[in-house]
Design a protein. Structure first.
Length: 80
């Protein structure tokens, strides 16, 4: 069992063994899924890893596309 303490701001540090197991790096995002009394932490893939893989015409607001996509991915992961 690994232990972490909640700060006054409600933050926790993810233990290194868990970060390593999930291959989490600085600025990666995770989704918290509640299943009864259990909380499951799942990594959310970063959309930046596929940036530029699709050709588009004109300018794109990448920040809003990124937020929208990450929300959709987090919801899908939560339902797995």
């Amino acid at each position: 069992m690994l232990l972490s303490t909640i700060t006054q701001k409600g933050q926790i540090t993810v233990p290194k063994k868990i970060r390593d197991a999930l291959k989490l790096k600085t600025n990666d995002q995770v989704v918290f899924v509640q299943r009864g009394n259990n909380i499951i932490i799942k990594p959310v893939k970063n959309i930046l890893s596929i940036r530029g893989s699709i050709k588009v015409n004109g300018e794109q607001d990448f920040s809003s596309v990124q937020k929208h996509t990450q929300t959709k991915i987090a919801k899908r992961i939560a339902n797995e």
